[in-house]
Design a protein around this ligand. Sequence first.
Ligand code: NAD
Length: 491
Amino acid sequence: MSPLSLLKHASGECVPNFVGGEFVPATGGEWLEDLDPARDIELARIPRSNSSDVEAAVRAAEAARRGSWGKSSNAERADLLDAVAGTIESRLEEFAHLESLDTGKPISLARSVDIPRAVANFRFFAGAVRHQSTDCHSMQSALNYTLRKPVGTFGLITPWNLPLYLLSWKTAPALAMGNCVVAKPSELTPLTASALAEIFAEIDAPAGCFNLVHGLGAEVGQSIVEHPQIAGISFTGGTSTGKQVAATAAPMFKKLSLELGGKNPTIVFADCDFDETIEGVTRASFANQGQVCLCGSRLLIERSIYDRFVSAFVERVGALHPGDPQDDKTNFGALISTGHRDKVEGYAQLAIEEGGEVLLGGKRPELTGDLAAGAFYSPTVIAGLSPDSRCATEEIFGPIVTLHPFDTEAEAIEIANGVRYGLAASVWTKDLKRAHRVSSEVESGMVWVNTWLLRDLRVPFGGMKDSGVGREGGRHSLEFFSESRNICIQL
Ligand code: NAD
């Protein structure tokens, strides 16, 4: 495969599915348009697959489980994952280009975060399974040892904001533990998943261990979740979709991991390191145009520094300029689609109706040329809203943050916990005792102190309340993607 073939999809061609090690068109012959959100023009066409395509992918996966893949050793699977990592890494620039085109994110972000983290995910789980150990519990009269067995074929369903990164976060541990997968990326960002399929083909991965079926969530996604031979679902996406996935999968007793939405608090105390906090909070608010599930969209600021903080924050955010995602210098890209931009814009309008004051943004930037039609929205800062207003409690998933002053630690915690979500939080303070106290009280799966999005792949990743069920990362992923089997031997 020439390096440039990864980019062929970005020229209007119909991207195939990948089933049983072969690139195949969808059986129904229908297709969907995949758009470049920065220009609102067609990038590629993807198959609008149906339940027959899912059936073929599940059959291929089950055949692989009965074949050589089912008999593979941990070391062989670790080698395969390392080969995937190395091949993506050798094509990092092309992957970054493809991801930036498909999502509208700045290429500098795809190059420095999305693709390197996808590489790291494959490498990490290669190492984890290569060095895996299992439990042994000895009794006076017996010995217990616990095996971790593959579960079967998993459905992996992923969203559009971090396409390759999140797909690799599921694919790597699923394969590491000896399962097969049927992956369905978001229909809005299918390209790097197809490029990943090309890598599996290129390195001669056993046919059927990794299958990819493109299409709509309500059709392909739903068929995967409903399929009786899919043993588990790892889903990342919106809370309402997660509810639908759970309602379908739970009565079938499938293993289920749900990574859902968030409305994350960023809590700034007066004793924070002011300059570092401005920098960190700007990133936490607007990375990937605010389209990271972990972004802090509610900014709670201790009243004694509120005015000073807000004016420095607004000045710093004002240095983010929407521009061509493919330009190395761009620090703020497009949103995922014009439809999503309209939704974000609707929330800015609602904020005004709810009594908010727009301190920055609140409008589409004026871009020219082919970017004029793109899904751009300026970074937006809104003050004066009640913490229980709709804009301050519903997930917007875009470049809007709301600012809320607080007087006491207890009040900050009450505001932080006053939403249905509980994914991530960040706390900014130099007081170590306060950092421990607040982190322990905030209802959140993850809390960062004086930093944001610092990731150690071993730690549990996931949310509570309406932000999801289960944890990914390190042994949590390895356990989710395997069944423990205890064997007790009478001595
Ligand atoms: P979405 O729920 O609309 O779609 C996610 C995936 O589910 C897509 O592949 C979609 O095609 C598929 N899908 C849709 N309906 C389905 C159905 N009935 N059955 C099976 N699959 C179906 O979410 P999105 O708009 O793509 O992504 C944004 C959301 O994802 C936000 O809410 C964000 O917070 C969340 N998210 C969460 C995390 C996390 O780790 N918690 C990470 C990234 C994004």
